[in-house]
Ligand binder design. Structure first.
Ligand SMILES: Nc1ncnc2c1ncn2[C@@H]1O[C@H](COP(=O)(O)OP(=O)(O)O)[C@@H](O)[C@H]1O
Ligand SMILES: [Mg+2]
Length: 226
């Protein structure tokens, strides 16, 4: 589903501020796998996630998403790939504050040609699947952190993408709420999603098929389960 070869990312190349954030990352994730990535702050985890989510382009190496070399796609084709294949969940939720939960979840359907009534119905269904059917007219400020993250997860799933990328989704939550969110990811994995999760929680990582550690832009396998 995901394959990177010698993926590199250099920020501000050729300047004094140059940073080699990724140094030759090889990563292969099969359909339906649950992979965790750990590592200290500044090690390149978000940079890698942004590449996998096609939110940014690498400086070197290759990335194949579901068999497609993403470097061959133009901006429009990339947007379509992102929409159809990838759901992205951020640490800071990234919800639109003036929209209701239902409107936030329906957002990715806005330009897909899906009729308004069906958009609302699907957003309702997605919110129900994360246990928030009774909160659909609330704005983000009227929801707890855990509820906001569940809205963000429902939004990420609205196009039924096979891949779910989550960059420290529990980083802004207390540990009990974080546990509920992680339970949701485990369920998504059981539903057949491919999940890539960045986390600081070693216990979570223990539930993954594989765990990688990122250090200084290099990715290393931490150990497969027995
Ligand atoms: N947009 C950017 N411009 C310049 N440097 C960046 C940018 N984003 C990240 N970096 C640098 O790249 C390195 C990796 O950052 P990041 O991927 O955010 O790490 P992590 O998510 O593991 O904390 C850091 O040294 C960071 O300062
Ligand atoms: Mg980060």
């Amino acid at each position: 589903m995901i394959r990177t070869e010698r993926l590199t990312k250099v920020y501000a190349a050729g300047t004094e501020a140059e940073v080699a954030a990724l140094r030759g990352v090889d990563l292969e994730i099969a359909h339906g796998e649950f992979v965790a990535i750990m590592g200290p702050s500044g090690s390149g985890k978000s940079t890698l996630m942004n590449m996998l989510g096609c939110l940014d382009t690498p400086t070197g190496g290759s990335y194949h998403c579901d068999g497609t070399d993403v470097s061959t796609l133009d901006a429009e084709e990339l947007a379509v790939l992102r929409r159809d294949k990838i759901g992205f969940v951020f640490q800071g939720f990234n919800l639109l504050p003036r929209m209701t939960a239902l409107e936030n979840v329906a957002m990715p359907l806005a330009y897909t040609g899906v009729p308004a009534a069906e958009r609302a119905a699907r957003a309702h269904e997605a919110l129900a699947s994360v246990g928030l059917a009774n909160r659909e007219s609330h704005r983000p400020s009227e929801l707890s952190g855990g509820q906001q993250q569940r809205v963000a997860i429902a939004r990420a799933l609205i196009n039924r993408p096979p891949v779910l990328l989550a960059d420290e989704p529990t980083g802004a939550l207390d540990s009990r709420t974080g546990e509920e969110i992680l339970e949701l990811f485990r369920r998504l994995r059981e539903d057949g999603h491919t999940v890539v999760l960045i986390t600081h929680d070693a216990e979570v990582a223990a539930h993954a098929d594989r765990t990688y550690a990122m250090h200084d832009g290099e990715l290393h396998l931490q150990g497969a389960p027995a």
